[in-house]
Design a protein around this ligand. Structure first.
Ligand SMILES: NC(=O)c1ccc[n+]([C@@H]2O[C@H](COP(=O)([O-])OP(=O)(O)OC[C@H]3O[C@@H](n4cnc5c(N)ncnc54)[C@H](O)[C@@H]3O)[C@@H](O)[C@H]2O)c1
Ligand SMILES: [Zn+2]
Length: 379
């Protein structure tokens, strides 16, 4: 039985819903976060609310962007010492993925510490609107310079708290990068070979919400309505891709981001047009499955799509306009990457992308040489 749709996390979605923490049952909560959440006061808020619920807390604030195995190992030491029955991740995808890594390695692969009989309640509070990690069973951890994707239902959070007041201080650049990540999640889930009516509904809505709200949010982070919509879109795209999986846009972005230390969303945004052109076979017939799906997304946005080609071209152009309005670079040169270094890394990056967990569900099965050609289009 291969076809199923799973949604494990309970999702609370309104401003100030972080106060739900006051009602959590448990005795010891480990909070996993990065230093910015401390600086902005959110960490204290989490500690206070958990304190009101009668829980003692320990904090692991060593999360860094694109967390690596060493960060996870540090967190695991504290996890083993403190033996929490509640795990709270507050932060961007990096914080939530670190908490997932800790949970996965400490609990699933090693024996739980003595006295622990039950997996801790896992609560994720995203502070960026991007990864959807608060509802996915994915965690992206860097090992030896390469991003490794762990996929396991076990690490999917039990509770996701979408409180968009937590994203009101996100820098404009991060809003752009993470918002484009949402769009790539939704589009890749939509064209995935594992797409279904269930994931389509979520992906289409996420695409529409992003086109209607991301630029507004980018211009004015105080716009609470746009913030709520972009955060909902992020979570919905997460629900779609945790069920339908992703595609080579992410595989190529993981390898590129790992090699050149680019933010995840920016790498994804940079690749988007070239990947869609490849998937839709725009240089050829543009009449296959992927072209039909992109054309359907064009219709969702009210763009002309009388043929698959017309719809695909219009959708790709709309993505390009959105990306430009957010100030996202459209070449590796604009990102300051040395072209000969990029050329030298192509083979290794393409090889890593071939092996990535996201590649098997891409609508077109790639050869390594084709992935290299896609990378070359970024020059
Ligand atoms: N698990 C998944 O399903 C999944 C999906 C996509 C990406 N990822 C992974 O998630 C990571 C990227 O996560 P991200 O895009 O959320 O970025 P991030 O968590 O790395 O955060 C980006 C930057 O924004 C800062 N920041 C976060 N929240 C803030 C706030 N509210 N105010 C001010 N600054 C804030 C962080 O400190 C950091 O410097 C990558 O490692 C990526 O591979 C995971
Ligand atoms: Zn992503």
């Amino acid at each position: 039985m291969n076809k199923k749709f799973t949604l494990k996390s309970k999702v609370y979605f309104e401003q100030k819903s972080i106060q739900l923490l006051k009602t959590i049952s448990g005795s010891r909560a480990l909070i996993v976060t990065d230093s910015i959440m401390d600086t902005l006061g959110y960490l204290q808020l989490v500690k206070d609310y958990l304190g009101e619920a009668g829980l003692s807390t320990a904090v692991f604030s060593g999360v860094r962007p694109d967390p690596d195995v060493n960060v996870v190992a540090e967190g695991m030491r504290l996890y083993a010492e403190f033996a929490p029955d509640v795990l709270v991740a507050i932060g961007g995808g990096s914080a939530i993925d670190t908490a997932k890594g800790i949970l996965y390695f400490a609990w699933k692969l090693e024996k739980p510490s003595s006295g622990e009989t039950k997996k801790p309640l896992f609560i994720a509070i995203p502070s960026t609107s991007g990864t959807g990690s608060e509802v996915t069973d994915f965690s992206v951890i860097t090992a030896e310079g390469e991003k490794v994707v762990i996929v396991d239902e076990f690490i999917s959070p039990d509770i996701a708290i979408l409180d968009s007041t937590c994203i009101q201080h996100v820098p404009q650049r991060v809003i752009a990068d993470t918002g484009m990540d949402v769009l790539v999640h939704a589009v890749e889930a939509y064209v995935s070979t594992k797409a279904s009516d269930f994931t389509d509904a979520l992906a289409e809505k996420a695409v529409k919400l992003i086109f209607d709200n991301l630029e507004k949010l980018f211009r004015d982070a105080a716009d609470g309505v746009a913030r709520d919509h972009v955060q909902n879109a992020s979570c919905m795209a997460g629900m779609a891709f945790t069920n339908a999986n992703l595609g080579i846009n992410h595989s190529l972005a993981h390898a590129l981001g790992g090699a050149f230390h680019l933010p995840h969303g920016r790498s994804n945004a940079l690749l988007m047009s070239a990947v869609m052109e490849y998937n839709a076979e725009l240089a050829g017939s543009a009449s296959g499955y992927a072209a039909g799906r992109y054309a359907q997304l064009a219709k969702v946005l009210g763009l002309p799509a009388r043929t698959c080609r017309e719809g695909t071209v219009n959708f790709i152009q709309a993505v390009g306009r959105l990306s430009k309005s957010l100030g996202i670079e459209n070449s590796i040169r604009a990102l300051g990457i040395d072209e000969s270094e990029f050329e030298g890394a192509l083979d290794r990056m393409a090889e890593a992308a071939m092996q990535d967990r996201c590649t098997p569900t891409n609508p077109r099965t790639p050869y390594k040489e084709e992935l290299i050609r896609i990378y070359r289009k970024l020059s």
